[in-house]
Design a protein around this ligand. Structure first.
Ligand code: NAP
Ligand code: G4F
Length: 336
């Protein structure tokens, strides 16, 4: 039987890596894209232009997490065997500016998709992109599946609604629906407004003379940062498990924003303190001070573990942004 996956959020960091992962596994992949004024998406273009995926079955459909009928139509047309719900307004700081919209897309959007599965009677397995942001003001260190949630932003509240909707549909309708509680994961495809990519991109632009300074907020916040390519494998593993369940996916290490900065700037022999300016606009009203996850359950039940270390992650992000800026990494980076 053809394995047919439907991916929402296909233009994003995780959606694009998951698409490549599934195509390599022989899946037919269908992505939902929004109608926007721009037809260009860098990561989708990378897939479409890549010879490796040239003849692979990859299809795009217009849809939106705010449009229930559209989701039903796509579900009816594709009849996926696996659904990965990655579509979201995913920026935490921005969710304070657009809380209702964030709730609609990130929270209700998941419910609409679950309902579209029910409404169309689609026999499918379902993955919800839940987030470590739900632990917020952490009640336990490290955080695991049993740690109580304490959301600290409209984004985290929306993700909590989606998390519990997924659990509820699993229990009420016996759906194979799982939550991946993913801790921060980054890559050269990370959105430019997230702190890691903001740093590596700015560093490359500073070196090429296009940028003089880098405006940041809270440098003491600590995150459990992994590599996105490792994390999309965990999503897939959850849907191959005989029983649906909820899993923490994390590296088990935590690092501050300051440590990320130091690591990145040291790679090119610069001192970040000469460039960074602190801007209050980059702070959150309620911050998540520290995240560190315990992925023992995923290791034991799914056989998943992260492969890329923190140092390797910073290295590959800096290297890629230098290349995009037209700079030769061998010339600028130590140890290449
Ligand atoms: P991302 O790069 O910001 O991608 C978000 C995706 O959602 C984009 O494809 C975006 O499409 C799409 N989207 C936004 N609004 C939509 C709407 N109204 N209807 C349909 N699609 C919409 O996010 P990511 O880092 O890949 O993360 C993927 C998912 O995992 C998200 O749900 C995120 O909240 C969650 N998550 C991420 C992390 C992390 O550290 N990366 C950790 C835990 C959970 P456009 O291109 O059209 O904007
Ligand atoms: O990179 P961030 O914006 O990621 P954040 O808020 O942790 O959220 C990301 O990870 C979540 C998983 O835990 C996902 F669910 C979510 O969708 C998203 O992918 O910020 C990381 C830290 C924060 O503490 C923030 O206050 O960096 C701090 N920070 C300091 N200066 C900054 C900045 N963050 C951003 N975006 N921009 C700054 O200038």
């Amino acid at each position: 039987m053809t394995k047919r996956a439907l991916v929402t959020g296909v233009t994003g960091q995780d959606g694009s890596y998951l698409t490549e992962f599934l195509l390599d596994k022989g899946y037919e992949v269908h992505g939902i894209i929004r109608r926007t004024t721009s037809f260009k998406n860098e990561w989708l273009d990378e897939i479409i232009d890549n010879q490796r995926y040239k003849d692979k079955p990859f299809f795009l459909h217009y849809g939106d997490m705010t449009d229930a009928q559209g989701l039903i139509r796509v579900m009816r047309k594709i009849k996926p065997t696996e659904v990965y719900n990655l579509g979201a307004q995913s920026h935490v700081r921005m969710s304070f500016d657009i809380p209702e919209y964030t709730g609609d897309v990130t929270g209700l959007g998941n419910l609409r998709l679950l309902d579209a599965i029910l409404e169309t009677g689609t026999e499918t397995r379902f993955y919800q992109a839940s987030s470590s942001e739900m632990f917020g003001k952490v009640q336990e260190i490290p955080q695991r599946e049993t740690t109580p949630f304490y959301p600290r932003s409209p984004y985290a509240c929306a993700k909590l609604f989606a998390y519990w909707s997924t659990v509820n549909y699993r229990e009420a309708y016996h759906m194979h629906a799982s939550n991946g509680i993913l801790f921060n994961h980054e890559s050269p495809r990370r959105g430019e407004a997230f702190v890691t990519r903001k740093i590596t991109r700015a560093l490359a632009r500073i070196l090429s003379g296009k940028q003089k300074e880098l405006s940041l907020g809270n440098l003491d916040a600590k995150r459990d940062w992994g590599f996105a390519k490792d994390y999309v494998e965990a999503m897939w593993l959850m849907l191959q498990a005989p029983q649906p369940d909820d899993y923490v996916i994390a590296t088990g290490e935590t690092h501050s924003v300051k440590e990320f900065l130091t690591q990145a700037f040291e790679l090119v022999g610069r001192d970040w303190e000469e460039y960074v300016k602190i801007d209050p606009n980059n702070f959150r009203r309620t911050e998540v001070d520290i995240l560190i996850g315990d992925a023992t359950k995923a290791r034991e039940k799914l056989g998943w573990k992260p492969k890329c270390s923190f140092k390797e992650l910073v290295y590959l992000m800096v290297r890629e942004d230098l290349k995009r800026e037209g700079l030769n990494p061998e010339k600028y980076m130590k140890g290449t």
